[in-house]
Design a protein. Sequence first.
Lengths: 265, 285
Amino acid sequence: MLFLFAYPMVEGIRAGFTSDLTGALTLDNWGRMVNDPYFTRAVRNTLLLIVVVIPVQFLFAIIMALLLQAKPRGTALYFYLWAIPLAISDLAAGLVWLSIFADQGYLNSVLVGFGLQPFSWLSYQSPGTQFLAVAMAEVWRATSLVLVIIVSGMQGIPKDYDEAAAVLGANYWQRLRHITLPLLKPSLQVALILRTILAFQTFAVAQALTGESFPLLVGETYRWYSALNNSNVASVYSLVIMAISMITAVAYLRILRDQSRQVAK
Amino acid sequence: MTTGTRTPVPVDLAPLRSYRRRRGLLQVACVIISAFMAVPIYLIAVAAFSTRAGLNQFPQPFYPANFGTETMSTFLSSTGITAGFINSMTVGIGTLLLSSLVGAPAGYAIARYMFRGKDSYQLFLLFTRALPIVVLSVPLARVFLAAQIYDRPVAVILLHSALALPTTILITSSVFLAVPVDAEEAARIFGCTPVGAFMRVVLPLALPGMAAASIFTFVMSWNEVLGATILTFSQRTLPAQVLSSLADSPLAYRFAGGLVLVIPALIFIAIMRKYLLNMWGTTIR
């Protein structure tokens, strides 16, 4: 474990601060990263994707979990269908949605069927729809993880609370707001941290859907490493990603813990 | 007018109707979400089994009108796919074996001997799972180059095991926790050695959960793209092969590749359905 985690990290930090030509200590790699025109776009895209996708996923997953909780006919089948994306890699998810958003794909076929003009969804000329496509694929792929965590959290909540509240006259929304969601908080917290950290690592979806024209941080690391053949700048990128995800995780833990303390008081 | 003599008891049907309406809405909502989840998979299957001429047709038909295995067989016979499949299998099974061999004893230790610092250890495991793969794989590539195991399946196995170990340990520890200590103690009283008790009593009880954990590991390794791409050059795993030839390959190739990568997921979830909730439920707390 030490060899596979600690050593690469030390090595990565060292590589980030040394020049690829002379081997001397330098901050050049950082300058090259920051001055790269793709860098700001990659940071912006990554953060925007997280800010947009994660709330949608949580809303979706909570609704889906509540629907399953109501035990419709065929619950087992629904759960199977909704959990499938859990095991689909982000590369595969990107390719699946490529068949829909491609110029001659299914979405444009539907549009033409309704007599509308086809639209080039994934063209670099329309970053808005590129973003939409990537966000769509991400929601499709990663909501199941949140769903599974929330459903298993819901199963851990004793029914008694809910029934007691119902007997005392609370309606569905009141019970949801004051019983289910507060008791679900540990699960939501775990799901939130896990999802955010994993969301920083999204890259193959964008790669499959848009190629290089929708840069994300991890995608840039890959580009610097493989296409531009500069592992020093790639190391700098990976250090940035690690720093951001650690800060986010710690911030979540802090904020959520402080809130629960206030509740306890 | 015989029935008119008795006034019919007024039955309030409103609650029943609203109940039925709510059940109906529930089904509709479930079907809509299921469609959102399943239709993309259906569409890529249609695309992957269309003839090349069919794929150029526009608008695309939504049912397999141009059914043909041409696209699929071209993909399967293109360079690096068979080798990639074999590499993926090797790496997946290797990762599974290595992480079970190391992870299962560690999980057992956490479950049985509540050693000090258990909580912080579990937190540490969670954090290592959170560690971005790139952070590890770029420096590891340098290390493996130096150690001359770069571009071999072994390199990817080592990386994937490191990634999978935290999860394996958490899952196996929850599996062992579910096996009652009493059973183990009873075996000891009846004269089993500690190892014997473990082999004859604990292991059979823990086996289904362990199997679930190892399938999980396998799928994780099967799906992992970035590390595998960075750590290999010619000995690509299947997803790495698809990713690296993505830019200069026709759409047909990408669709077929997408479907091939999706199929294991369908099988995996079908097998794992029962364990999914237990796994995430108990491990994560």
